[in-house]
Ligand binder design. Structure first.
Ligand code: RUQ
Ligand code: CUA
Length: 669
């Protein structure tokens, strides 16, 4: 109430804003309505206690029914092992894609052979119960062509188990999970090279190679190593091709985030590291804790990796084969000029390559600066063999002052950086809970404006990553950034001691950054997000043919088709060819004997958009989602005698409840 009374100039501003908006969008309005607030708008604002800024923010984010969002965000789903698809600016959740974790709505991991095979491929290679049912997803990466998002594929890592997943953006479904050989944890993943030649996966916590080779911590320096994997991507097949992938052995520092070079720095990759002290803890034995041990030195090492050169070395066969993958030994990486180090400020976290590939921005978590390295200077120093020394493993270290371009003081605890289309960079500042906007130097800005802090905006609270529209590509869009806050504290109605994360949408088009919207994320802690222009995506609305198998992305030979439904018994195996259409399954009765193996193929023969049918068998933990055209196969042993209804789990029609049948399992005599 009070706020509204004291509107003054601000109130005038909002009236003008609203007027302009209604003027420009007012094609459906009568002349007399133009230029005026709609009747009651002021009253609503007053009653709801909305400030002029609130109204402006609401107008900028509201997307009316039937209208689409301009951008789509792909967010890591954190511990859920899934991916969230979110519209911008509405911040509406559009989909949750099952990736590493079974997802019942999509029937991902609940009986279909296709999804079961994908999940199983990602299980642990050692141990008795090798099942993994969760993942710590961190960094999604859209496929790129010439350093720009092409809207075809999406990748994401599982930090907890060192795995990589491939999602096809024609149907937004997970197609492949790779359990990376030799590695047990990752973090610098996933990042793609500019033409998606490789999906980069940098390791995190050093371990023996492979990790299942036990070695005591006393032998850490000798036996433990870091690793980075370059997963070769076969775009035609839409799959990672492990036969062409390779790894590079690294010193046992804890490698952190990575980024691929682009344009000028094409062919190179950059990863930072922490714990170059090689601390291994031992707090229980009176030794300093890891956090103290790993923060003693003022500098850690930015890893500069020539992956083009590494490719050649792999082709020349100068590799070891370990657990079925080619590994470039550390000595070879050094002698072949694949690996160099650059000192970087204490406990660095994010490393981000500027749009032209000319600068590499690094932020130290315990520093107040972003540090910017020049790729040209790095190349010159390497060519001139201008090294300040070598690390204990023989890796040449470039001289910090030779390669640094600038340092910008932006605030305490900088983490990650994104870019806009106007030569600005945006860095998340964790300890301060702000987003800092600063200017890049030439050629992005004339000299006098270069490398300067412009503005900071508070966020709520403890920001990790941030994302700006296409903000890590060769051509960022500007427009929006989203701050991915770890803590929400007081922003939402309390829902118990586990608080949601908070995504805050920020408008960066104006002279000042403007906070527009808070979106609570209630499933696991998202880390990174990428934001793509929505019109770059062209997903299917139904599967292209009836009998389509999403696992192979082709029409299946075994797909049941209308008129070809049948049940066949061969020995102890009962094979069923079933179709689904509103509102029945055909056949509706499946009679088997206890202990029989049941192989059931089912096709949704619908062609209408959104006419999805589910297929659940009670008591057998089976649920499929069959989108129009889709075919799927379920195999199970009918080991529970009795009567088991099966039914459609999608409310598909008025007679949806009638879309059912019986599985009759006759007990053994
Ligand atoms: S990381 S913020 Cu993977 Cu920065 Cu979490
Ligand atoms: Cu098909 Cu409900």
């Amino acid at each position: 109430m009070g706020k509204w009374k004291k509107l003054g100039i601000g109130g005038l501003g909002i009236v003008v804003t609203l007027s302009l908006l209604f003027f420009f969008t007012g094609t459906l309005q009568t002349k007399s309505q133009q230029g005026k607030l709609p009747k009651g708008a002021e009253e609503i604002a007053r009653a709801r206690g909305l400030s002029p800024q609130d109204i402006e923010a609401a107008l900028k984010t509201y997307v009316p029914t039937g209208k689409y969002d301009e951008y789509i965000m792909f967010s890591s789903g954190g511990h859920s092992g899934q991916i969230l698809v979110i519209g911008v600016p509405s911040m509406r959740l559009l989909k949750v894609i099952g990736v590493f974790t079974p997802e019942p709505w999509q029937g991902f991991g609940f009986g279909s052979k296709e999804s079961g095979d994908i999940l199983k491929a990602g299980y642990m290679p050692v141990g008795k119960d090798r099942t993994l049912t969760w993942a710590d997803t961190h960094h999604p990466a859209l496929s790129e062509t010439n350093g720009d998002y092409d809207g075809q594929y999406l990748f994401i890592n599982d930090k907890a188990n060192s795995r990589i997943a491939v999602i096809d953006l024609r149907d937004f479904e997970t197609k492949q999970i790779v359990k990376t050989p030799n590695m047990i944890s990752d973090h610098g993943a996933t990042f793609v090279t500019p033409n998606t030649e490789y999906v980069i996966e940098g390791g995190q916590y050093a371990a023996p190679i492979p990790f299942s080779n036990y070695a005591p911590l006393e032998e850490y320096k000798e036996k433990y190593r870091g690793l980075i994997t370059f997963h070769a991507f076969d775009r035609k097949k839409g799959r990672i091709d492990e036969s062409r992938s390779f790894q590079i052995e690294l010193p046992p520092y804890w490698q952190d985030l990575c980024d691929a070079g682009k344009k000028e720095s094409y062919g190179w990759a950059f990863c930072n590291s922490l714990n170059t002290e090689m601390a291994t803890g031992g707090i229980e034995e009176g030794k300093p804790p890891i956090e103290a041990g790993a923060s003693q030195r003022d500098m850690d090492y930015l890893h500069v990796i020539n992956w083009k050169k590494a490719e050649e070395v792999v082709r020349a066969g100068k590799v070891k084969e370990i657990s079925g993958i080619k590994v470039i030994p550390l000595e070879t990486a050094v002698s072949e000029g694949i690996l160099y180090f650059i000192p970087e400020p204490k406990s660095p976290h994010g490393v981000d390559v500027a749009p032209r590939g000319d600068y590499i921005v690094v932020s130290g978590k315990l520093d107040t600066h972003t540090t910017i390295y020049s790729f040209k200077k790095i190349q010159n120093a390497i060519k001139a063999k201008n090294f300040e020394g070598k690390d204990p493993y023989g890796v040449p270290i470039l001289n910090f002052n030779d390669v640094v371009e600038a340092q910008v003081e932006i605030g305490l605890g900088p983490l990650h950086t994104q870019f806009d289309d106007k030569g600005n960079a945006y860095t998340s500042v964790f300890i301060e809970s702000t987003i800092a906007k600063w200017t890049l130097g030439e050629p992005y800005n004339p000299k006098e404006k270069a490398w300067k802090l412009v503005e900071k905006i508070p966020v709520h609270y403890n920001v990790g990553h941030l994302v700006c529209a296409e903000g890590d590509t060769v051509s960022p869009d500007g427009k929006y950034c989203v701050s991915l806050n770890k803590w929400s504290i007081d922003r939402f109605t309390p829902v118990g001691p586990l608080h949601p994360q908070n995504f805050q949408l920020i408008d960066i088009t104006g002279e000042k950054m403007q906070l527009l919207y808070d979106m609570p994320i209630g499933i696991g802690e998202p880390h990174y997000v990428q934001m793509i222009k929505a019109d770059k995506l062209s997903p299917w609305l139904v599967y292209p043919e009836v009998g389509f198998n999403p696992a192979t992305m082709s029409k299946s030979d075994t797909a049941p088709l209308p008129g070809k439904e049948k049940i066949e018994r061969k020995g102890d195996t009962v094979e069923v060819w079933m179709t689904a259409i509103r509102s029945h399954f055909n056949p509706e009765r499946i009679k088997v004997k206890e202990g029989d193996k049941v192989v059931l193929h089912i096709t949704n023969i619908e062609r209408a958009r959104d006419a999805t049918h589910g297929f659940a068998i009670d008591g057998y933990n089976i649920n499929l989602s069959l989108e129009p055209g889709e075919t799927s196969t379920v195999e199970f042993v009918a080991d529970k005698p009795g009567v088991y209804p099966f039914y459609c789990t999608e409310f598909c029609s008025a007679l949806h409840l009638e879309m059912a049948g019986y599985l009759l399992v006759e007990p053994k005599k």
